[in-house]
Every structure is written in structure tokens, then in C-alpha cells.
Design a protein around this ligand. Structure first.
Ligand code: G6P
Length: 367
């Protein structure tokens, strides 16, 4: 079928706005009211699931950040050693992986060469391999043992948006399902997370309504040359994804740091000219991140906070974006959205070619 922009000025904006329905499709058939069940598409047996001692999540770019969110969520439930790595590093490492390893390759296109080679590398060692991909007929999909589909619909914008959302969803669902097969997922957590996920698509749509607030912040910082993005826990990969989006399409330098690591370097950069975007939803790390906001404010750096509705206003910041409340593990589905819009609006202001940014390709099939 012909894919058009459906009235949007750019594919990226169309794809950002599709994320509620993308998430509905990613959850469809995999969650019931209080159950997580992938048995319809993933034939792994409980016996097989119990053999794993190690899970490797491997990807590039935005897919790597989705994998990192999943790792942070799943390590709480899945009692295996979960590692996450960039494909171009993983493929050359001396892996101690083998038959006790489940290796998950996260690739929107299923054609990224480094990811494909990483898959071949660990497959040779005897690992059980799974792909999370939007392209079920791709090279990666053909070579793995099992495929979990994103069902996100074709993504045209070079900067990935809706596939990031779909990847987080399928990785979290598949990992929780694996934990369930292993007898490690308490029924109460399954119910709590399944119910919270069911409410997410609507909350995504509510969050997308914040676009005017985000646009005015992008304008306020339209002349900034550098940005620092901070987050902890699940919000650290969200900060990385926010910085990546800004670099990719607006060509503004942006660096992401784990908030607790700021004191080991980036703090030296802070002044009036370095806006700091802090991803700080309500979770068990909020207080720690807010103390980083204090440190930042004390050095006169302007702060934009992305938080949840239940968090009281922080004084003396340049902007606050409040997304709906959800379970702490699931906040990345909402906090990433203003960062995608911020990058989009910043690129628009700077006159950049949003759907075809310079030097980048949608799918990288070279080393
Ligand atoms: C390229 C794209 C990114 C994407 C990355 C990984 O760099 O520009 O948007 O995140 O490849 O792609 P994959 O298809 O493997 O997810």
C-alpha cells in the first residue's frame, strides 16, 4: 500500500502521533485483562525457559535504548543475568555465552549488519536466539530461532519513534512472559503490569496533547548549541534516546548521562548556556534525581524537567512537562514522547530536513 503523510508535514510527526495505536497493536493478543501470554506466537516451553542463566539484549541506535529500558525493567523479575550491549561491540567480544543463554536481537529493520553479525557470533556458541523486529521477513528474522513482531507498521522517518515504543512493549512483554514460564513472576505483579499496560495507549495519547508546551520550550532554547540529558534507572535510557533524537534531526549537540554520574565530569560544563533536560518521573529514584536538579540550578544551568503529574512543582526551573501517572517501570512509554516532540520542534525551527537527516540512513547494512 502507498504510505503517505496523512496530512502531516513530516512522516516523523505522523509516526510520533501514531504511538497510541502502535502500542495497542503491540499489546494486542499478548495481554488479557490481568494476564501476559505470548503462547500464541512464541512456542517456547517452560522446560526450555528454565534452562537459561543469561540473557543478552543486543542492538544499535534507538533499538539499543529500547533494549536498555527493557533490561532495567526485566532484571527485577527475571532471575537471569541480563546484559545489554551495542551490536558493534558484542560481535567482536569473547563471549562466555552458550546453551544457557537467550540472546535477543532488537532491530526495527532486521537488516542492520552489526546486529546480524552479532547474532551469527552468539548462535555459533549455541545460544537460543530471538529477534524483536518490525520486519518478519528480514535477514535477522530468518536466522533466529523465534521472532517477536513489533507490528508497528512501516516507519519512514529516519529517526525512529514509534518503533521505539513498540520495541519497549514487546521486550517487556516477552521478558515478563519468560519470567512467568520460569515461575518467577508473582501473580500480583503480572496483574499490576498487565492492567497498567492496558491503560498506556490512552495515556500516550494524553501525553501527545502536551505538544504546545513542548514546542514553546523548544523555541525558548532555539539558540542553544548543547544540551545535557539526565535520568536514572529506566529514565537513563530515555535520556539517551532524547539526546539521540536531538542530535539526529536538529544537529544540536546533546549528551546523556546517568544523573548520578554528573558529578564525575559534566558538572564542569554547567553554566547559563547549557540547558539540562532531566527525566524524573515518580519512582524510587526521584529524590536522588531531584538533588541533581538542585546541583544543576546552583550552577545557573537552565533546567527542563520531564516528570509525572503527581510530582510537586520544582522551583526555579525553566520548564516542566508533566506526563500522566503510571507504574514506575512503565514511565518510559510516556516520558520519551515530549523528548521526541522536542527534537522534532527543534529541528523544525532550525530548518532541518526532518525525515531525511544528513549522513544518516534508515537501515545500516554496512560496517
Ligand atoms: C540506524 C537508524 C536508527 C536505528 C538504527 C538501528 O542508525 O537511523 O534510527 O535506531 O539504525 O536500526 P535497526 O533497524 O537495527 O533497529
Amino acid at each position: 500500500a502507498m504510505i503517505d503523510k496523512a496530512g502531516y508535514p513530516h512522516f516523523m510527526l505522523k509516526e510520533i502521533n501514531e504511538q497510541g495505536s502502535v502500542l495497542r497493536r503491540a499489546l494486542f493478543g499478548r495481554t488479557a485483562s490481568d494476564l501476559i501470554d505470548l503462547s500464541g506466537e512464541w512456542g517456547i516451553t517452560p522446560e526450555k525457559a528454565k534452562t537459561f542463566k543469561r540473557m543478552d539484549l543486543v542492538a544499535c541506535g534507538t533499538s539499543f535504548y529500547a533494549a536498555t529500558v527493557a533490561q532495567r525493567v526485566l532484571e527485577k523479575y527475571l532471575k537471569v543475568d541480563i546484559r545489554v550491549d551495542i551490536a558493534s561491540e558484542y560481535r567482536y567480544r569473547p563471549l562466555r555465552a552458550g546453551g544457557d543463554t537467550i540472546a535477543v536481537f532488537v532491530s526495527q529493520s532486521g537488516e542492520t549488519l552489526d546486529t546480524l553479525e552479532a547474532l551469527r557470533h552468539v548462535k555459533e556458541l549455541g545460544a537460543y536466539t530471538v529477534a524483536a523486529t518490525n520486519a518478519p521477513n528480514s535477514s535477522i528474522a530468518r536466522e533466529v530461532d523465534d521472532v517477536i513482531r513489533l507490528n508497528a507498521g512501516i516507519e519512514i522517518g529516519v529517526a525512529a519513534t514509534k518503533t521505539f515504543t513498540a520495541q519497549m512493549a514487546v521486550l517487556i512483554l516477552a521478558g515478563l512472559y519468560l519470567a512467568k514460564l520460569r515461575g518467577e513472576l508473582p501473580g500480583a505483579d503480572e496483574k499490576r503490569l498487565a492492567e497498567a499496560m492496558k491503560d498506556l495507549p490512552y495515556k500516550v495519547e494524553q501525553t501527545l496533547l502536551l505538544k504546545d508546551v513542548v514546542r514553546s520550550l523548544a523555541r525558548k532554547f532555539g539558540a542553544a548549541r548543547d544540551f545535557l540529558f539526565l535520568g536514572r534507572g529506566v529514565s537513563y535510557p530515555v535520556a539517551m534516546e532524547g539526546a539521540l533524537k536531538l542530535k539526529e534531526i536538529s544537529y544540536v549537540h546533546a549528551e546523556a548521562y546517568a544523573a548520578g554520574e554528573m558529578k564525575h565530569g559534566p558538572i564542569a560544563l554547567l553554566d547559563e548556556e547549557l540547558p539540562v533536560v532531566v527525566v524524573a518521573p515518580a519512582d524510587e529514584l526521584l529524590e536522588k534525581t531531584l538533588s541533581n536538579v538542585e546541583e544543576t540550578r546552583a550552577r545557573k544551568a537552565p533546567v527542563i524537567i520531564v516528570t509525572t503529574e503527581n510530582v510537586p512543582d520544582v522551583n526555579d526551573v525553566s520548564g516542566t512537562i508533566k506526563v500522566p501517572m503510571t507504574e514506575a517501570e512503565l514511565t518510559p512509554f510516556l516520558t520519551v514522547l515530549p523528548l521526541q516532540i522536542f527534537a522534532y520542534e527543534s529541528a523544525l525551527l532550525r530548518g532541518c530536513d526532518i525525515d531525511q537527516p544528513r549522513n544518516l540512513a534508515k537501515s545500516v547494512t554496512v560496517e
